[in-house]
Design a protein around this ligand. Structure first.
Ligand SMILES: Nc1ncnc2c1ncn2[C@@H]1O[C@H](COP(=O)(O)OP(=O)(O)OP(=O)(O)O)[C@@H](O)[C@H]1O
Ligand SMILES: [Mg+2]
Length: 472
């Protein structure tokens, strides 16, 4: 679960680390403590200025105090040996034990104290899980299909000491950015690498399976909303309404330095003033900020972009079948693989689109739906069009819209910019700027083939453009 270059520890290593820390009780201040990196030790660090040794000793004392409640003799043995440095003969006499018994009891005491540590860590992790359950959006699939490798990669980006502070999961609407984010942060939090988590959503609406667009409660609409939501989740302010953005930023900055935080900002692209959030994203701190966005932020050099890929054919068909059995859509449950494969070929591996397809099969004939897809007359594209593309379309300048429309003529294998110019007769500058904008907004894909940029569009995008061209 842990990345190769990460040093985090949890209860599995606790016994060894605690013993090392006990041994170091009286040593002069060293560079560190064996406890650093141990989940609860990091969590309880706080912002105080105590020396490493007194923090380490304080932590051990807290555990010994807990041990004393259930097993006073073990607690005394640990204190006598490690803290008071009492000699073995004196301890043997005081506790009435032989040398062997003493050694055994001491080892047992160490075992008990690490058990106490383990139980404490476990209860904190459960608390985290509950907090996460409360924070995370309800509409994502908790058992996603076909994304195991991506989850692993994103988790590694989050819990690695190297790399950028800010990781952006980007891709078209419905491709599964939020789902991937949720899976990756659940894993990252369970590994004990982060001490705190916050989740802010800027998403304003979700698309239901029946094609209705439902508004979500309390989205963060501006960068200030976002900042205040973070302050609200991470800091104990009684009344945040009156705080200036500047003070909130200072308080957050300090908080982020204390220990490793994982902050998620979902659908960053929907904030109307993304630039206002850049100072927050730029803060240097030991944690990570995970963003999901339909847009790329190429101009921002401290963001690491991770492109969320569509599902492959096998995963897409599994998703169709599982959604169908959850929603009891008999036609899809009964359908043969060949029919579902045609649907996949037309829809592609966009989970939202695949789920919509199953939703439509609840009320319409499956063969007709597939037929409509083949002819480019499906409702799915229109519904998705409203949800995924309309906002993006409106935000494009007129010239970029023209370049976008011209992508209808590209071949499935993709065209070079010069092909686009030749087919449309549009001026070079306009095509280049337009393609650049479209790639940034994830409406057009670009690949390099023998050093030349080749532009392609997703099958959903093509269906959308065709519908737009026909005035549907
Ligand atoms: N791998 C998957 N397995 C099963 N369902 C998935 C998977 N990925 C996404 N979904 C489902 O597809 C829908 C869209 O996914 P999600 O909301 O994560 O997309 P998104 O990229 O965040 O979209 P948007 O840009 O609108 O925020 C959700 O209902 C989600 O539960
Ligand atoms: Mg999302």
């Amino acid at each position: 679960m842990k990345g190769a270059d990460v040093e985090t520890h949890n209860s599995r290593d606790a016994r060894h680390l605690l013993r090392e820390a006990f041994r170091g009780w009286y040593h002069a201040e060293r560079l560190g403590t064996p406890l650093s990196g141990l989940f609860l030790f990091e969590l309880m660090k706080g912002g105080n200025e105590q020396s490493v040794r007194s923090r380490s000793n304080g932590f051990l004392m807290m555990l010994v105090d807990q041990l004393r409640e259930s097993d006073p003799e073990s607690a005394e043995l640990l204190l006598a040996h490690y803290v008071d440095r009492e000699s073995t003969p004196s301890m043997m006499q005081r506790f009435g034990l032989s040398a062997d018994e003493l050694r055994r009891k001491q080892s047992q005491a160490l075992g008990r104290v690490s058990e106490i540590y383990g139980a404490l860590e476990q209860s904190h992790l459960v608390k985290f899980q509950n907090r996460l359950d409360h924070l995370l959006p309800q509409y994502v699939d908790e058992e996603p299909i076909g994304i195991e490798k991506s989850v692993q990669k994103v988790e590694n980006l989050l819990i690695s000491e190297m790399g950028n502070n800010v990781v952006a999961l980007w891709g078209m609407g419905g491709i599964g950015k939020t789902t991937l984010a949720v899976s990756a942060i659940r894993r990252a939090m369970a590994s004990g690498y982060f001490s705190e988590v916050a989740w802010v959503s800027a998403k304003q609406s979700v698309l239901e399976l029946d094609g209705r667009i439902r508004s979500l409660d309390r989205p963060a609409l501006s960068s200030r909303d976002c900042l205040m939501a973070l302050v609200d989740q991470l800091l104990d302010f009684d009344f945040i309404g009156g705080i200036s953005s500047q003070d909130a930023e200072i308080a957050l900055r300090e908080k982020l330095q204390e220990r490793r935080h994982l902050i998620v900002i979902d659908n960053l692209e929907t904030l109307y003033d993304v630039q206002g959030l850049m100072p927050i994203l730029r803060i240097s701190h030991p944690g990570r900020i995970l963003i999901t966005s339909r847009e790329r932020y190429d101009a921002v050099n401290f963001i690491h972009h991770y492109s969320v890929a569509e599902l492959d054919e096998a995963a897409s068909i599994r998703l169709l079948r599982r959604t169908a059995s959850q929603d009891e859509v008999e036609q899809v449950i009964q359908a043969d693989d060949a029919t579902l494969r045609i649907a996949y070929q037309k829809i592609g591996g966009n989970p939202l689109a695949l789920r919509l397809f199953v939703g439509q099969a609840l009320h319409s004939d499956l063969q007709k739906l597939v037929h409509d897809l083949e002819r480019g007359e499906s409702n799915i594209t229109q519904t998705l069009y409203r949800f995924i593309f309309e906002r993006a379309w409106q935000s494009l300048g007129e010239e970029t819209q023209q370049v976008f429309m011209s992508m209808v003529f590209t071949s499935a294998a993709g065209d070079r910019a010069s092909d686009v110019m030749a087919t449309t007769g549009l001026p070079r500058e306009m095509v280049m700027v337009g393609l650049d904008n479209l790639v940034r907004q994830n409406l057009v894909d670009v690949k390099r083939r023998s050093g030349v940029a080749v532009y392609t569009i997703h099958s959903l995008t093509r269906a959308f453009l065709e519908a737009k061209a026909l005035g549907r």
